[in-house]
Design a protein around this ligand. Structure first.
Ligand code: ZN
Length: 148
């Protein structure tokens, strides 16, 4: 597992130890649960959407460092964004963690720290779990998604 250490960069580790927006959102109007059976990661994403804008977003979960840090970074990146912007950020993020050749992620801000995940295919599902769950929360309500 030594090669995974590269992934545990400072920012990732910080978000794992002190996840941001990690709580239940009592006035959420979109909620979804996600599960990654490959690793055992579980996440619940809470969204408060008003006028197509993500007014608030939070998560609760039990998972590995990558899935927790990714969920934490996601909530920071998406708060205040429109649903269209969120979809665009998701596409960019997905491309970044799945495509080895995708070198230009300078516009990803802090999310760029997860670019190294593309070197570890088994970890891609950890990194994208919260994002798939977010999409599910936007589209459906209360449905459990898995990465399979
Ligand atoms: Zn995981």
């Amino acid at each position: 597992m030594a090669d995974l250490r590269e992934l545990y960069q400072e920012v990732v580790f910080d978000h794992y130890k002190k996840p941001r927006n990690c709580h239940r959102l009592s006035d959420a109007n979109h909620i979804a649960e996600g599960y990654n059976p490959l690793c055992g990661d579980k996440v619940t994403v809470y969204l408060k959407v008003a006028d197509n804008v993500i007014a608030d977003v939070s998560f609760e979960g039990l998972g590995c460092a990558i899935s927790t840090a990714s969920a934490s970074l996601m909530t920071e990146a998406l708060k205040g964004k429109t649903l269209d912007e969120a979809e665009h950020i998701f596409q960019e993020f997905h491309e970044m963690v799945t495509c080895h050749d995708h070198v230009d992620h300078g516009d990803m801000g802090k999310l760029g720290v997860l670019a190294g995940v593309s070197e570890f295919p088994a970890r891609v599902k950890c990194a994208t779990l919260a994002w798939h769950t977010l999409q599910s929360a936007i589209k459906n309500r209360g449905k459990i998604v898995t990465t399979e």
